[in-house]
Design a binder for this molecule. Sequence first.
Ligand code: BES
Ligand code: MN
Ligand code: ZN
Length: 503
Amino acid sequence: MIDIAFGRMELPKSGALALLLGEDEALTGLAATLDTALDGGLTRALAAAAFKGKRGESAVLLAPGAGFDRVVAIGIGKSDELTPHHAEAAGAKAVAALMKDVTATIAGDGLPATTLAHAALGARLRTYRFDKYRTTLKDEQKPKLTGLTILSDDAAAARTSFAPLAALAAGVELTRDLVSEPANILNPEEMADRAKALKSLGVKVEIFDQRDLEKLGFGALLGVAMGSACEPRMVVMQWLGASEPEVAGKAGKKSKVTPKDPVVFVGKGVTFDTGGISIKPAAGMEDMKWDMAGAGTVIGLMAALAGRKARVDVVGLVGLVENMPSGTAQRPGDIVTSASGQTIEVLNTDAEGRLVLADLLWYAQDRFEPRFMVNLATLTGAIIVALGHENAGLFANNDELADRLIEAGKTTGEGLWRMPLGEAYDKQIDCDIADMKNISGSRAGGSIVAAQFLQRFVNKTPWAHLDIAGMAWATKEGTIAPKGATGYGVRLLDRLVADHYEQ
Ligand code: BES
Ligand code: MN
Ligand code: ZN
């Protein structure tokens, strides 16, 4: 993680500097001072590069003089169209161009403190790395950048508005760390332990082991876990920032309060998905280490909300299992009884995420009577066929919740696209010898059928399901993420909570 500091608008003496410049605007303030110091060199270089300041544009000046190693101009477009996410993208772009320098400065003349705080967030998220297993990295392979200073007309205000964003960044980083870990390290027990660490932020954490889950009648989840040498876990995390802010903020204090009208997030945490007895092909199976991304997102989100002391009661639940084939594994055709009492014929052991979520969603609505519940899951390959890697699939039984999620997606740049639900799809999982089967008889509309299955466990609660199979991992670098685990969903749901559910 790079160190981020905020400072006064003052031309640094040397080093690397990124300037955030608006579209078709004359150089003012710091940029004008620099231009003078360079004898008009900045103006000439920008003209030579045909730099107009459009969003996404950039120009690099190497050793331009006046002691600078590198000056980078980053276009931010028209200032009245600048969203927080655009600012993050600009900060990320700046820092990507400055990675070869040890310390760097980003300046944006006349930009509001909040814009610069979001630029700082983008910069921090863009420099994320998962290097813990690279023991032979040479110095020249490592990024040099360790410190970043953001210059603002009001450094104090920028610093203040960055504080909650730093907590948000820590949440995204936690999610990325969890998703990046291989499955031999991050099994259900280890993942539960990592969630337990949120206690230090004042989150109440309960861990349910195999016996606890048996007592709760979680037959659907337990069926998935049967083939693995690792025991399953469920983790329930509570942040009582509305009903008990004094206690919630303190590590180790016992809370006796139950959350009031909490918002609830539920995550699929299959730490590895081989498919079970309905085994997957070998090619690409390694990707299934990130089949716990839904759970990883919920844990990172709880860290973000607690870290910034959000004024809301929120509960996060994650179902952690490993889906393995073995002599003790569940067989195709097995019938299990879910916590809701409904029975399920498991026709395909690879449609396991919905089985895990069935018990968690039922338990969540039954115990917490949520204002709404949103679940996240890498649920179907079919959602990647439908939406690619640009949008998560959104399914909801409630238009208000769906609209709010879509709006939050626009502000954070984390896209989602609403997909349909309906009786005709639901019928496809009716079953002759149990209450339902876990797959339909065809591949058609696979993501929708999966969502219908989940809906049978949510009762009347306003609910949304995000199928993030195409979003959790990227094979190429994104705007504010290097390639690998993206942390998709943490910023989206933090925004949803901040915009509509905090006191
Ligand atoms: N974890 C997978 C879905 C998945 C596939 C996520 C590819 C990311 C990339 C899920 O458990 C699964 O195997 N789904 C099956 C469902 C099918 C058996 C109805 C699928 O999508 O093939
Ligand atoms: Mn599967
Ligand atoms: Zn899966």
